[in-house]
Design a protein around this ligand. Structure first.
Ligand SMILES: Cc1cc2nc3c(=O)[nH]c(=O)nc-3n(C[C@H](O)[C@H](O)[C@H](O)COP(=O)(O)OP(=O)(O)OC[C@H]3O[C@@H](n4cnc5c(N)ncnc54)[C@H](O)[C@@H]3O)c2cc1C
Length: 499
C-alpha cells in the first residue's frame, strides 16, 4: 500500500489547482486520474473570469494564461453585455481560452511542483476510518491517505460512495455540442428561434476591437438546442446532423467530428462538501447549465479555498475543524452560482412573457450600479465570506495594490506567490510583533497612497493594517489598533508557537 497525506481523485481543472496548492503547502499529495494524458476531448469551458485570473496572479502564473488567451468582455445577462473595463482591478476583463489549454497550462505548473500523478487509472472504491482513507484503484493498487478529495466531476464516484446527497433539479432543456468539420461554409454566429439559442463558430478565433473574428477555415464548434429534452444516450453525428437541419435547414455537410456531447440545465449541489475525511470540490460538488461560464471558475476557486486549509490540518498547525469553514464559505458561493444559472436558463426561453421579462431586466441593467452588481456576481468579484461585522474589506478579496516598501515597489499579489498568509502594516514601521506566528505568517511594512476601491462597493476607508489569507481574502483589518489580531491569527493560522 502506498501512502500519501492527501489523494485527489480527478485531475481536471479543480484537481490540478488543488494539487498545486497542497504542494505549495508542503503536503505529500497525489492525483489519481482516469485519463492517460491531460488531452481533453472537446473544448468545454471557454475561458477564465476576472477573479480566477486574480487567483492565478496570486500564485504568479496568470501570465502563462494571459499570453495564450484572448482578452474579452464576455459576460452577458439577459442579453446585455456586462463590460467591466472600468472595474478597479488589474485585469478588468475575462480571458477567452479553451479548457484544454487551461488544463495543459495548469498541468505544466503542477509538473514543476512535487505532486505524484497516477494516470490512466480510476479510483473504484474507498473506506474511511478514524485515521485515514483506504483507496482502491482500477489497476488493483491500494493507496492510503489522511484525506481524500473528490475532484472527479459531476458524476463523482467519491460523492456517491461517501453517501453525500446531491439535491437539486432535473434538466428541463438540453443542447447538442460538437466539434467537427463542415464541407460547406456555415452561418457563423448565434441564431435564436422558438427552440432557443444555437451557435456555430470556428474553434480558432481572435478578438479584434472587442469583436470575435473567426478563422477563415478550420473545424467548427456547434451548439444546437434540442426541441425536446435529449435522451441519456450518447449523441451521434446523425443526431447533430438532424438537429442542424431542424434549425438551419441544412447540416452544412458536417463530418469528421472530434467530439460530440450533450449538456443540460440539470442543477444540483452536494448537501455537504465534507464527510469526515472526504471532501468534494468543483463539479463533484455542484453541476449546473454552462450559461455564464462559471463551472470551471467556481471549481478552481473551491480549490483555492480548500488547499491552504487542508495543508495546515495536515501539518498540524490547525485542528481539522478548520475544514468545516470550507463548506461554510464555499457552499453559499456554489448555491448562488446555481441560482444565477437557473435564472439565465429561464431567461433563454423564447415565449412572449419571457421575452418581456428579459427586456425588463435588460432595461434594469442599463443602470451603472446594476451592471456592476451583476458583473461582479458573474465574475466572482463580489464574494464575501462571513467573517463577522467590521470594515468592508473583511472577508472580501484583497485588491492587488501597488505598494511602496523598504526594498522597493511591490504588488500585493506578489506576496501571495508562496501561498503564505501576510500581515501588511501601513502604520508606523515595526508596529506589529507577530513573532509567535512568524513561522507561518509573513509580516511587512508598506505604504500605499492611492484610493482603496472595491468592485461594486466603491471607495472604502484606508485601513492601517490587513491580514490576508493565502487565498487572497482579508481575515482581519486594522483600524488604528491591534484589537482582535491575535484571536484571528489563532483562528486561521493556529495557536502561537511557545516562546
Ligand atoms: C459545453 C460546456 C461549456 C462549458 N463552458 C464553461 C465556461 O465557459 N466556463 C466555465 O467556467 N465552465 C464551463 N463549463 C464547465 C466546466 O467544463 C466544468 O465546470 C469543469 O470542467 C469542472 O472541472 P472539474 O475539475 O471540477 O471536473 P472535470 O473537468 O469533470 O474533471 C474531473 C476529472 O476527474 C476524472 N475522473 C472522474 N472519475 C474518476 C475516477 N473514478 N477516478 C479517476 N479519475 C476520475 C475525469 O477523467 C476528469 O479528468 C462548461 C461545460 C460544458 C459541458
Amino acid at each position: 500500500m502506498t501512502e500519501h497525506s492527501v489523494v485527489i481523485v480527478g485531475g481536471g481543472p479543480t484537481g490540478l489547482m488543488l494539487a498545486g496548492e497542497l504542494a505549495l503547502a508542503g503536503v505529500d499529495v497525489a492525483i489519481v486520474e482516469r485519463r492517460a494524458s491531460q488531452t481533453l476531448a472537446g473544448a468545454r469551458a471557454g475561458g477564465l473570469h476576472a477573479r480566477t485570473i486574480e487567483i492565478l496572479d496570486q500564485r504568479g502564473i496568470a501570465d502563462r494564461f494571459l499570453s495564450e488567451g484572448q482578452v474579452v468582455q464576455v459576460g452577458q445577462f439577459a442579453g446585455v453585455s456586462l463590460n467591466i473595463s472600468d472595474f478597479p482591478i488589474r485585469h478588468p476583463h475575462s480571458l477567452g481560452l479553451w479548457q484544454h489549454h487551461i488544463e495543459r497550462i495548469l498541468a505544466g505548473w503542477v509538473g514543476e511542483l512535487p505532486v505524484t500523478v497516477y494516470r490512466g487509472r480510476e479510483v473504484t472504491a474507498f473506506t474511511q476510518d478514524e485515521t485515514g482513507v483506504s483507496i482502491e484503484t482500477s489497476d488493483g493498487q491500494s493507496l492510503r491517505a489522511e484525506y481524500l478529495v473528490g475532484c472527479d466531476g459531476g458524476r463523482s464516484l467519491v460523492r456517491k460512495a461517501a453517501g453525500i446527497e446531491f439535491p437539486g433539479w432535473d434538466p428541463t432543456t438540453s443542447a447538442l455540442i460538437a466539434e467537427a468539420e463542415m464541407a460547406e461554409e456555415p452561418e457563423l454566429g448565434v441564431r435564436h428561434d422558438a427552440a432557443g439559442i444555437h451557435g456555430i463558430g470556428r474553434v480558432e478565433y481572435e478578438i479584434r476591437e472587442g469583436k470575435v473574428v473567426y478563422a477563415e477555415s478550420g473545424p467548427v464548434r456547434i451548439m444546437v438546442t434540442e426541441r425536446q429534452l435529449g435522451s441519456a444516450n450518447e449523441p451521434t453525428l446523425r443526431d447533430v446532423s438532424e438537429a442542424l437541419i431542424a434549425v438551419y435547414g441544412t447540416d452544412y455537410g458536417v463530418r469528421n467530428p472530434t467530439w460530440i456531447s450533450r449538456f443540460t440545465d440539470m442543477t444540483r449541489q452536494a448537501a455537504v462538501y465534507r464527510e469526515r475525511r472526504v471532501l468534494l470540490a468543483g463539479d463533484a460538488a455542484h453541476v449546473h447549465a454552462p450559461d455564464g461560464g462559471q463551472g470551471l471558475n467556481t471549481g478552481v476557486q473551491d480549490a483555492m479555498n480548500l488547499g491552504w486549509k487542508l495543508g495546515q490540518v495536515i501539518r498540524r498547525t490547525s485542528s481539522d475543524g478548520l475544514l468545516d469553514t470550507y463548506h461554510a464559505e464555499r457552499h453559499p458561493v456554489g448555491a448562488r452560482v446555481l441560482r444565477t444559472t437557473m435564472a439565465l436558463v429561464a431567461l433563454r426561453r423564447t415565449d412572449e412573457r419571457t421575452t418581456a421579462l428579459r427586456d425588463t431586466i435588460a432595461e434594469l441593467l442599463m443602470g451603472d450600479e446594476s451592471r456592476k452588481r451583476f458583473a461582479a456576481m458573474l465574475f466572482g468579484l463580489d464574494i464575501h465570506y462571513d467573517l463577522g461585522p467590521g470594515h468592508p474589506l473583511l472577508g472580501r478579496r484583497m485588491p492587488d495594490l501597488d505598494l511602496a516598501t523598504a526594498s522597493g515597489p511591490l504588488r500585493v499579489y506578489r506576496l501571495l506567490h508562496d501561498a503564505r498568509p501576510v500581515l501588511i502594516n501601513f502604520g508606523e514601521r515595526g508596529g506589529f510583533d507577530i513573532a509567535p506566528w512568524a513561522d507561518r505568517v509573513q509580516s511587512i511594512d508598506a505604504s500605499y497612497d492611492g484610493a482603496w476601491e472595491l468592485p461594486v462597493i466603491g471607495v472604502v476607508t484606508a485601513p492601517t493594517a490587513v491580514l490576508i489569507r493565502p487565498d487572497g481574502y482579508v481575515a482581519w483589518v486594522g483600524e488604528g489598533s491591534h484589537a482582535g489580531l491575535e484571536d484571528v491569527l489563532t483562528t486561521w493560522f493556529g495557536a502561537p508557537a511557545a516562546a
